[in-house]
Design a protein around this ligand. Structure first.
Ligand code: FDA
Length: 454
C-alpha cells in the first residue's frame, strides 16, 4: 500500500470533483483525486465510434448555465450552435406526421389551449420555488406526496396535453415515468433551469455544443492537476476518528492510502453505499441515500452519409409522446460533413427494448426514427447506443432524483457534511441540477466551504 499525505482527497474525477480540486489547488491547498475509471469525466465522455466523434454522455450548454459558461471561457473552449433551421416533426397518437415551427406542438386547438394553460400554471408555480431549497415552499409536503402524473390529472382531462407536458420532465429530464416522482421533484427540475418554459424550449435548453466535445472540460481541468489525479483507483473505504478530528481522514483504494484533512465524495449519490465507512455513516444518511435513484435513458446516435433531413426542409428536431424515441435532434458534429441524429428512449421504454436482442433493439429504434425522418433514417453508417445503466460507476442516466416524498423529507440534509466528509455532485445541485453547470456549482460551493473553514 502506497501512503500519500495531502490536504484534501477527492473521490471522483467528474466535473464536480475536478472543479473542487482546481479551486482548492488555486488557493494553495494540496489535493489528490481518486478516480475509479481509467479515464476522467464521469458522465462526460467524448469518444470516437467507428470514425465518428460522439458525445456518449452530456453535451449541451444552455444560456443560463453561467458556471459552465465561465468554465468554458476560462479553459478557452469554443462553442457552436445546434442545427435548428427548418421544420420540426410531431407524431400524433394515430401516427400522423405533422410539421411545425416554434415550441407548441401541432395538436388540436383544445389540446393546445390546455398545453399553454399548463405551461403558464407551471411557470407560476416554478417562480415560487427556490431551486436550492424546494422543501421550503409552503406546499412542499403536499406537492411531494402527489406524483407528477397525478398532479397533471388534477389539472386537465386532456390526455395528449398531459402526455406532452409530462414528457418534458419525465422522459426528457428525470428519465423516470411521471408516476414515479413527485410534483415537487418536477418543479425543482424546472426551477433549476430558470422556468418551465425554458425546459419546453429546445432552442434554449439544447442551445450550444462545445468544439472538441464537452469532455474537454474535465480533461483540461485534470491536466492542470497533473499527477494529483489517480486513475483506476476505486475508493473502497473511508476511515476517520470522530473523537480525534485532528487525525483527519483516510481514503483507501486497492493500492493507495490517502491521508487528508477532508474527503469530498464527488460521485453520484446512488454510489455512496459502494464505499465502506469506518465508522458507519449516520442513520440519516443511511436512510436518505436509499431514497435517491438514477433515471434511465438510452442516448441513440445515428450517423448518415449526409444530413438528408435538411434537404427535406427539416430541422431534425422531433417529438412524440407516442413514439419509442420520444425526442430526437440534429446532432451533426462540428466539421463532419456527415449528418448525425441523436434520439432518446427513456425509462420503461428503455427497459422494454433491453429485453430484445441487439439487432431487434436497433431495428425498433431506427424504425421509430424513420417515422420522423423517412426511410433513409433506417440506414445509418454508424449506429451507437449510450447505455449508462450498465456502467458500474454511474448506473443510469442522466442523474439521480428522489422517490415520492423523499425531497421534502430529506432534501435539506443532502449536502450536510459528516465529520470530515463533504458531498459535491450535479445531482445535489439547485440551479443546474442534473447538469454539468450544477456539478461545477457544487464543486465551487464545497471548495469555498473548506477554504472558509481555514
Ligand atoms: P459524475 O458522475 O460525472 O462523476 C463522478 C465520478 O466519480 C465518475 O468519474 C465515477 O467514475 C467516479 N466514481 C464513482 N465511484 C467512485 C469510487 N468509489 N471511487 C472513485 N471514483 C468513483 N448535462 C448537461 O449539462 N448537458 C447535457 O446535454 C447532458 N446530457 C447528458 C446525457 C447523458 C447520456 C448523461 C449520462 C448525462 C448528461 N448530462 C448532461 C448530465 C451531466 O453529464 C452530469 O450531470 C455531470 O457530468 C455529472 O458530473 P459529476 O461530477 O457530478 O458526476
Amino acid at each position: 500500500m502506497e501512503r500519500i499525505e495531502t490536504d484534501v482527497v477527492i473521490v471522483g474525477a467528474g466535473a464536480a470533483g475536478l472543479t473542487v480540486a482546481n479551486r482548492l489547488k488555486d488557493a494553495g491547498r494540496s489535493v489528490v483525486v481518486l478516480e475509479a475509471r481509467d479515464r476522467v469525466g464521469g458522465r462526460l465522455w467524448t469518444n470516437d465510434i467507428d470514425g465518428a466523434t460522439l458525445e456518449i454522455g452530456g453535451q449541451w450548454v444552455s444560456p443560463d448555465q453561467d458556471a459552465l459558461i465561465e468554465t468554458l471561457d476560462e479553459l478557452g473552449l469554443d462553442t457552436y450552435e445546434r442545427w435548428r433551421t427548418g421544420q420540426n416533426v410531431y407524431i400524433s397518437e394515430s401516427g400522423e406526421r405533422r410539421l411545425f415551427e416554434g415550441e407548441i406542438f401541432p395538436v388540436p386547438a383544445k389540446t393546445e389551449g390546455e398545453i399553454v394553460g399548463l405551461i403558464e400554471k407551471l411557470d407560476a408555480l416554478v417562480a415560487e420555488i427556490d431551486p436550492d431549497a424546494p422543501w421550503s415552499h409552503p406546499d412542499a409536503k403536499a406537492l411531494d406526496e402527489i406524483s407528477f402524473a397525478h398532479w397533471l390529472e388534477t389539472q386537465t382531462d386532456d390526455e395528449e396535453a398531459r402526455l406532452n407536458i409530462g414528457m418534458f420532465i419525465a422522459g426528457a429530464m428525470l428519465t423516470k415515468p411521471a408516476h414515479a416522482f413527485s410534483a415537487l421533484q418536477a418543479l425543482l427540475m424546472a426551477a433549476s433551469a430558470g422556468s418551465f418554459s425554458n425546459l419546453v424550449d429546445a432552442d434554449f435548453i439544447l442551445d450550444k455544443r462545445v468544439k472538441g466535445g464537452l469532455q474537454q472540460v474535465p480533461l483540461l481541468l485534470a491536466e492542470r492537476l497533473g499527477s494529483a489525479v489517480k486513475l483506476g483507483q476505486p475508493v473502497r473505504t473511508i476511515k476517520w476518528q470522530p473523537d480525534a478530528p485532528e487525525a483527519g481522514v483516510v481514503a483507501v483504494t486497492d493500492s493507495l492510502e490517502v491521508h487528508a484533512k477532508r474527503v469530498i465524495l464527488a460521485l453520484a449519490p446512488v454510489l455512496y453505499s459502494r464505499i465502506s465507512y469506518e465508522p458507519a455513516l449516520p442513520r440519516l444518511q443511511h436512510q436518505m441515500h436509499q431514497h435517491l435513484s438514477m433515471g434511465f435513458v438510452i442516448k441513440v446516435h445515428a450517423v448518415y452519409e449526409t444530413p438528408f433531413w435538411r434537404e427535406a426542409g427539416l430541422s431534425g428536431t422531433a417529438f412524440s409522446p407516442y413514439e419509442l424515441v420520444h425526442e430526437a435532434y440534429d446532432n451533426s458534429y462540428d466539421g463532419d460533413p456527415r449528418g448525425t441524429l441523436v434520439g432518446f428512449v427513456s425509462d420503461e421504454e428503455a427497459d422494454g427494448v433491453f429485453r430484445l436482442t441487439d439487432e431487434e433493439r436497433k431495428s425498433a429504434i431506427l424504425e421509430s426514427l424513420s417515422h420522423y425522418y423517412g426511410e433513409e433514417a433506417k440506414h445509418p453508417v454508424v449506429y451507437y447506443e449510450s447505455d449508462w445503466g450498465s456502467e458500474e460507476w454511474t448506473r443510469g442516466a442522466y442523474a439521480a432524483s428522489f422517490d415520492m416524498g423523499g425531497l421534502a423529507r430529506y432534501g435539506a440534509h443532502l449536502r450536510e457534511p459528516v465529520g470530515p466528509i463533504r458531498f459535491a455532485c450535479s445531482d445535489l445541485a439547485g440551479k443546474g441540477y442534473q447538469h454539468v453547470d450544477g456539478a461545477i456549482r457544487m464543486g465551487r460551493l464545497v471548495a469555498d466551504g473548506i477554504l472558509a473553514e481555514g
